[in-house]
Design a protein around this ligand. Sequence first.
Ligand code: GLY
Length: 369
Amino acid sequence: MVVIPVALAGRSYDVHVGQGLIERSSELAAAFLRKAVVPVVADKNARQHHGQRLEQALASAGHSATWFDVEPGEASKSWESLQSLTDWMLANGVERGDHVLALGGGVVGDLTGFACSILKRGCGFVQIPTTLLAQVDSSVGGKTAINTSAGKNLIGAFHQPALVLADTDALKTLPHREMLAGYAEVIKYGILGDADFFAWCEDHGASVVAGEDEALTEAVAQSVRAKARIVSEDERETTGTRALLNLGHTFGHALEAETGYSDNLLHGEAVALGMVLAARYSHRRGLMTASDADRITKAIAGSGLRSEISSLEMRCNGATLVDHMRHDKKMEAGTLPFILLRSIGAAFLDREVSLEDVSAFLDEQLTAS
Ligand code: GLY
């Protein structure tokens, strides 16, 4: 097991990465288990796969669990779910000093974290992420939110967990497609800030997505280290450092919007395509070499993720995609910050990108064969 501290004044916590952590959860989270009956918010699938192990762990320390089931999918990040969850927490007597466990992927983590940020003006929570994407990204860093009809993650709060238990055994039941989607966020850390880790991903990516224990633990641990470093430097995304985590996301969100935020294109799949576009656009702007952009494309395609937006067969042009970008919550005073690249491992924030130029670039990419 690897323990990675997230250093934040007054809100520091540890992320544990390794195998068998759900079995050890009552020991690892002992300091946060005040109630005899522990409130657990869980994705229905995660509960089915891992609920028994968690219950046994709690029982071994004299606790039992009371469950709030969450339907899998983004639709659960809603006002309705938030209301049901907070009502349930109040009915179960959750107090400020208590901690709720969140078992599942990003949807459960975001919903539970947000509910905990407002319950009695803030109670604690422990993340037990069960998807690769949640282990390497959303469970760490304290971004919590729900969606509204105006867009994704528009209502939320920064609320850090007290502890994260990233049990890599939980990934054994994860569908391959979701494993791949999570891997996009792993390789992202290499592309944005760590050329050595990118090279490691080129060599070990296949083992990671195949779920081989050693490679998987190394990939999750290295990703969490990178995220912890960035979050410690810029918890509230005010200096531009945390914004680097949005590499591939502005392009990716436009693709997700065009494909209806649906199973047609998972978030990680969109981010993978977005990173290829960011790399190629950086090359077009003369910022990065063609060979670095090709290496990024090859590493993404080689893992099994899509690298070409033309393969999505969307009936749209560059202007349509740019129009989706104009609704991005990062849009500020008519400009949209893009994360671009000077080389592999050297991302930066560019606030001067011309959306007309991006539109012309996307037209080329949509028709490329
Ligand atoms: N997922 C991006 C962030 O946590 O800032």
